[in-house]
Ligand binder design. Structure first.
Ligand SMILES: C[S@@+](CC[C@H](N)C(=O)[O-])C[C@H]1O[C@@H](n2cnc3c(N)ncnc32)[C@H](O)[C@@H]1O
Length: 202
């Protein structure tokens, strides 16, 4: 387990993280924010060895959950970092270094007085746009209807992004090889259908 931790978990350092050094190759970097229990990284990354995957996850416990699902043979293209993501992401990753971003079931913070804790805020979206390459995709899923509308409104106000779907919010996954995450499965069981969005960094 400790060996896995050393292989997979990156420690924040001075200056930008250098993806080419971390993965020892030049493959495009895909970023998952809020990796939870790791269903997506553990199932999706082995299907796409042509890409590198970095999972940013705030909770130590979740990092440990993810480590139980991955191993250095099948998941050599995966790394994790424990980080509470916000606009500071522009200090972590070099400008235009990310080819694709996945944010699946971000905490909805449903109470109005907690809305300011939501990840989708203008400052964060501007910072995320800085680290995304032009043309990079942002895949979003949430089971929370009101938060899906909040996200769509925030995204459409940002000049850096454009929706790639006819309907900005739709009920079918934006990824062909969609992985049902723990939250998606759990929320569906409780009767909440996920909402999917797909944007491109202009
Ligand atoms: C509702 S869960 C969804 C997890 C997973 N994506 C899924 O669909 O099963 C939200 C996850 O995001 C993490 N998280 C919440 N805010 C975060 C932030 N600002 N930066 C990184 N991770 C965050 C939480 O610790 C939790 O694991």
């Amino acid at each position: 387990m400790l060996e896995d931790w050393d292989f997979f978990v990156l420690e924040p350092g001075e200056g930008f993280l250098e993806p080419q050094k971390v993965f020892d190759n030049q493959k495009p970097l895909h970023l998952e924010i809020g990796s939870g229990k790791g269903e997506f990284l553990s199932q999706y990354a082995p299907l796409h060895p042509q890409w590198n995957f970095l999972g940013l996850e705030a909770a130590d416990k979740r990092i440990r959950n993810i480590l139980k699902k991955i191993n250095s043979e099948r998941h050599s293209n995966v790394r994790l970092m424990r980080m509470m993501v916000d606009a500071g992401i522009a200090q972590l990753l070099p400008p235009e270094s990310v080819a694709c971003v996945y944010i699946q079931h971000p905490d909805p913070w449903p109470k109005r007085r907690h809305h300011r804790r939501r990840l989708f805020q203008p400052e964060f979206l501007k910072a995320l746009a800085q680290v995304m390459e032009p043309g990079a995709e942002l895949h979003i899923a949430t089971d929370h209807k009101e938060y899906s509308i909040w996200i769509a409104e925030m995204m459409l106000k940002q000049a850096e992004y454009v929706s790639l779907q006819n309907e900005v919010i739709q009920n079918s996954p934006s990824l062909q090889d969609h992985v049902a995450t723990w939250y998606e499965t759990e929320q569906r069981r409780q009767g909440f259908e996920p909402h999917f969005m797909l944007f491109k960094r202009i």
